[in-house]
Design a protein around this ligand. Structure first.
Ligand SMILES: [Zn+2]
Length: 128
């Protein structure tokens, strides 16, 4: 499978995607921080009255997990935008090959080609 460099139009499309995502996530994370800090939040969950419905506990965990995921995505999107600025966007950070447009469409913040991403996941799995 060969891949070609992004066209100007494709790059602009992905960049607009990233910028929109970055603003959205930034707003959401600010809303999260606007309430309790994360440490206080976790403590409040732990010291919660035992009588409290288990379902509410579950909702809190989902909320925290979502926030972690968003935080992770926010970081990745931020890094991708830096690569856009540095002219490195769309190139695999490991092997330097062009990342296919289809992959970037699905995951505009992807920093590795499919092969390198898979190799990295396998290496991480072995360390566990
Ligand atoms: Zn690669």
């Amino acid at each position: 499978m060969s891949s070609s460099p992004l066209t100007t139009g494709q790059r602009a499309l992905l960049q607009a995607d990233l910028e929109q995502r970055y603003r959205q996530l930034g707003r959401r994370l600010n809303e999260h921080r606007g309430g309790q800090s994360r440490v206080e939040y976790a403590r409040a969950t732990r010291t919660q009255d035992e009588d409290d419905a288990p379902q509410r506990e579950g909702e809190r965990e989902v909320d925290l997990a979502l926030s972690d995921l968003e935080m992770h995505e926010y970081t990745q999107v931020g890094e991708a935008l830096q690569r856009v600025g540095g002219g490195q966007y769309g190139l695999c950070v490991e092997c330097g090959r062009d990342i296919p447009f289809d992959r970037l469409r699905a995951e505009p913040w992807a920093s590795r080609c499919v092969g390198c991403a898979a190799a990295r996941e396998q290496a991480a799995a072995r360390q566990r």
